[in-house]
Structure formats: C-alpha cells, structure tokens
Design a protein around this ligand. Sequence first.
Ligand code: NAP
Length: 298
Amino acid sequence: MKRVYERIALIGAGMIGCSLVQALRRAGAARVFAGYDLSPSVSEKARSLGIVDVVATSVADAVREAELVILAVPVRATAAVCEALAPVLRTEDVIVTDVGSTKVEVLARVARTLPFPERFVGAHPIAGTERSGPEAADASLFKGRRCLLTPTAGTRADALAEVRSLWEAAGAVVEEMDAALHDRALAYVSHLPHAAAFVLAAAAGEVAAGDDALGRAVAGLSGGGFADTTRIAASDPIMWRDVMLDNARPVLDAIERMDRMLGRLRQAIASGDGDAVARVIEEARSGRAAVIGARRSS
Ligand code: NAP
C-alpha cells in the first residue's frame, strides 16, 4: 500500500464493503475506518466485529475528514448517497470510489450529483457470494480475483492510481475497462446466470410448495445439480433488483438470447429430435469452456 490514509469512510456496511475494509485493514491502508449504513444495527455489527472503528450516524458524519470514501450500497442507492455526499464533499482532494455491479448508471449519477466527478473512480470486484451483511465479510474475498476499474475521459490520473493501489492492497488483480462494455459483458457472465438461477429456483419451488405427491417428492429430493445451479438464487433481492434495473437493456438482450436457446431445446425435445437436443448440449459444453477458459488465460 503506497499511502496510509488518516480516515477511510465506508457507506454501506454490507458483505462487499466490509470484506474490502477488512482486507484494507490487514494491509494497513488507514488509521481509522468509519462506517455508515442505512440500518444502525448493521454498522454497529460491523463495529462489534472489529471491521470499522467508528460508527457514523449519517453520510455527512462518515465522510467528515475522510480522505477516501467507498460506496458499497445497492447500485440504485448510489443516487441518494451521492445527493447526501454532494454538499459535504468540499475538499478537492477527497477520492470517491464504489464497488457496484453496474457502471454506466452509477457513473451517470455521479456526473449529475457530485461536485468533482473527476475524483470518482468506478470499481467492480469480480468476486462475491450469495450472502449479505457484515457477518458474511471475508478479508480474503478479493485475493487473486479481478477488480475492474471504469475510468472516464475526465477521471484524474492520481485518483485512478490511488484506487488501483487500494485494490491491489486488498489482493485483487486490477484491470481497466470501458463502463458500457463492462455492463454488456457482465450481463452475460453475471446478471444472466443470476436471472436464470432465480427463475429456475422459483419454478422448482412453486412445485415443491404444492400440497400433492409431486410437491412432496420434489421438496428435499435435490442433489448437487440443483444446489450448484441455484446457489446464487439465495442472493439479496434488493441488491439484484437494482442490478437488473440499472443494466436493463444488456440484461434484456442476454435474456432474449437465452430465450432463443431455450426455444431450440424445447422444440427439439417436443419433436423427439435427439440430434438437435445433443447439439444444444454440445454448444453448452463448448460455450462454457470458451467463457471460463478465456477468463483463465487472460
Ligand atoms: P449487502 O450485504 O446487502 O450490503 C449493502 C448494504 O448497503 C446494506 O447493509 C444496506 O442496508 C446498505 N444500504 C442500502 N442503502 C443505503 C443507503 N442509502 N445508505 C447507506 N447504506 C445503505 O450487499 P453487498 O453484496 O455487500 O452489495 C453491495 C454492493 O456491492 C452492491 O452495489 C453490489 O452490486 C456490489 N457487489 C456485490 C457482489 C456480491 O457478490 N454480492 C459482488 C460484487 C459487487 P440495509 O441492510 O439496511 O438495507
């Protein structure tokens, strides 16, 4: 860590924000970590777990004297947080960054509200779990995982360098990416898998809730396949509602592509065309290898 901050403020003391603060605390990145959350019990929990040193009572209270501010709230909540930040961010050298899963809309909110958007650096760690809250924080969450930074043409080079160094201190491998490309790509590798897991789990759950022989058989019968493909369906509804709405166009494009695939599979099964069924599965196998293989070699 190149710089030791006097005070870092965390807005949103949930799983990702607390994991980052834990990692930064380990790296000795700041003398004081202050935390603010919409629910006072959540920030108090973060303090009792030794994640933040100080519980703030408002956004303004949290960022007072902070040199770096981390926004770790559901992406649509960045609107309210930026509005609360705008009148209190008077010092020109404060850096603001975020961890949000979408970038285009977050950057647009920042440009609309913050007095010096050039000192905001958008960030998205490609690491996470289906769990929420400070109890789920893990200081090693970002170790060896990618963190994508989405600077704009106006982003100040020193702010970008500091946020890069912050994530490297947390153990992440940092890359820069255009915000729109980020959102379109993440629609396929993160948002679509969540959408698919949500509807898959909801459909099977609807059957399992039935008070009949099928419902009773489905409930409790699942093996590894169901658990593996639906683990992320246990994720926080507010966090994911915000991602789906913020990134609506790319997510809808991805859902439409999946719909077409599902239609081909449905048609192949309905017509008893075994070759066509096998072709869809072959494409699935090579598609999975292409996506995961490309990630490993990049
Ligand atoms: P989380 O555990 O639910 O934490 C979010 C926290 O933000 C909650 O404690 C919530 O408070 C608080 N909050 C909501 N609105 C707020 C406001 N206006 N002011 C202050 N605090 C507010 O969620 P998370 O998983 O850490 O997600 C946080 C961010 O990380 C999101 O932007 C998400 O897109 C991004 N992210 C998540 C993952 C993942 O795997 N989960 C991965 C990468 C990035 P309440 O509990 O009172 O609502």
